[in-house]
Design a protein around this ligand. Structure first.
Ligand code: IDP
Ligand code: MG
Length: 155
């Protein structure tokens, strides 16, 4: 096991639907740590960097239009195995298939407007974090609750 960081976005639909607080609460309730957070509007260039693996796919133009359509909230989340923990919390890509109890399963019924992005691996997390954050915007301050959140050998 290892302490990991993952890049999370509350997508434009999550901001428009006033779900920022509920989505961030789920992450905090899970016991993961927010080490960076900001609101911004994604540019087409940032979208191409972020979604490099999808740029050549037929749905990319629609995806770029959606992700650049309004403000998003970007976060870096840290914790043991944070990448897979967040993917589980998010649920499957298509909101119609994602399990109840997950963010996508509870709040949406769309494949595209699925409220939240989370990195799919440690390497992609590193690349995505660099798209959104400078080192000076990341606050890796240990929290006083950390010793009660996971055992030292889990981090
Ligand atoms: P993920 O967000 O669960 O990792 P990906 O397959 O990486 O899913 O797709 C990136 C995003 O592109 C999805 O979250 C969704 O917003 C959008 N998307 C995925 N597949 C389709 C599609 O077939 N049509 C339209 N949009 C899609
Ligand atoms: Mg993905």
């Amino acid at each position: 096991m290892a302490l990991e960081r993952t890049l999370i976005l509350v997508k434009p639909d999550g901001v428009q639907r006033r779900l920022i607080g509920r989505i961030v609460s789920r992450i905090e309730d899970k016991g993961l740590q927010i080490v960076a957070m900001k609101m911004l509007q994604i540019t087409p260039e940032m979208s191409r960097q972020h979604y490099a693996e999808h740029v050549s796919k037929p749905f990319y133009p629609e995806l770029e239009g959606f992700i650049t359509s309004g403000p998003v909230v970007a976060l870096i989340i840290e914790g043991p195995e944070a990448v897979s923990v967040m993917r589980t919390l998010m649920g499957a890509t298509n909101g119609r298939a994602s399990a109840p109890g997950t963010i996508r399963g509870d709040y949406g019924a769309s494949r595209q407007m699925n409220l939240i992005h989370g990195s799919d691996g440690v390497d992609s997390a590193k690349k995505e974090i660099a798209v959104y954050f400078k080192d000076s915007e990341i606050f890796a301050t240990p929290l006083c609750i950390t010793p009660w959140s996971w055992a030292p050998e889990e981090a």
